[in-house]
Design a protein around this ligand. Sequence first.
Ligand SMILES: Nc1nc2c(ncn2[C@@H]2O[C@H](COP(=O)(O)OP(=O)(O)O)[C@@H](O)[C@H]2O)c(=O)[nH]1
Ligand SMILES: [Mg+2]
Length: 339
Amino acid sequence: MSRDQASVRMVDVARLESGCRKTLAKALTLVESTRPDHREEAERLLGAVEKNPDHSIRIGLTGVPGVGKSTLIDVFGGHIINQGHRLAVLAVDPTSSLSGGSILGDKTRMPGLAVNPHAFIRPTPAGESLGGVARRTRDAIVLCEAAGYDVIIVETVGIGQSEALVSNMTDLFMLMLLPGAGDTLQGIKRGVMELADMVVISKADGAMQACARLSAAEISHAIRLIQPRHEDWIPPVLMVSATEQSGIERLWQLVCRFRKQVRRDGRLSEVRCRQAWEWMWTETRQQLLDHLKADEAVRRRMDSLKSRVLSGDLSPSAAASMLVAQFRKQADGPCPGDS
Ligand SMILES: Nc1nc2c(ncn2[C@@H]2O[C@H](COP(=O)(O)OP(=O)(O)O)[C@@H](O)[C@H]2O)c(=O)[nH]1
Ligand SMILES: [Mg+2]
């Protein structure tokens, strides 16, 4: 084992909790690693750190490329830090597995935060599947909080499933839209609107201001027809301009009001508990599938079943039953965590 690999494995919990950035970066590299021994160590680390501080707020932010997410996070993040907070920016990038590189969370797109000692930016690891990225991002939230970051922003591009994944790991989900009077609503999937706790119309400046106002009115109207996620919280719609720094303070006030409201009567911890439970099932499914696909006997069986399924000789569900039965035959063994 190289020295690098060995050092990744040893993350000092006390140093992480003292807020050491280098240790946090190392911890994140560890949870991003797919090596089984790293995974084991990552789980040990995740078990050892302080979890789920209810003073933190986890914000999800989604919008099409070019809507202005990074520019807003840079300005909004600066404002948040000026209020005495520490901010971590994470990214769930559904395109990174295709492009092999990360566009979101790129430090050069957040020049103010990149040099701010109270901000921590972590781009999506390249080349992972969306499910894999979501998995690591959840772990990253826990580690950033353990390192004292009390505001977490998870940025994602509005493509496919990533919004649902991100809304399921955050307390507040923000949808960012371009000003576009008349046709603003057409491009938005209803499902995404249903996830939003807040809608931000970007670039409300210069020639686009009037257009932004129209969009805001239109969306406010449309959102009232949707069942809100919290019954006493109608998602507010607001206009911001990151370049003119307008609407930024109001945005933070709304985030604080939302947080106060959902923390009252323990709803925030209820939401996080539900998310943790759902996540356990997602992980269980994923791990079962990983084990099943890695099993030699199952793989052999799979090869022989494939031609029968393709020729119509065997139904897919009957073949699935056979694969699972084969796997269960192999699966008896010691149970980690039992004592
Ligand atoms: N006029 C105006 N342009 C903006 C604003 N915010 C971002 N932009 C521009 O929109 C483009 C895309 O912004 P970016 O933050 O990279 O979008 P992202 O892909 O959603 O992260 C850039 O050229 C920005 O300069 C804004 O508030 N007003
Ligand atoms: Mg961006």
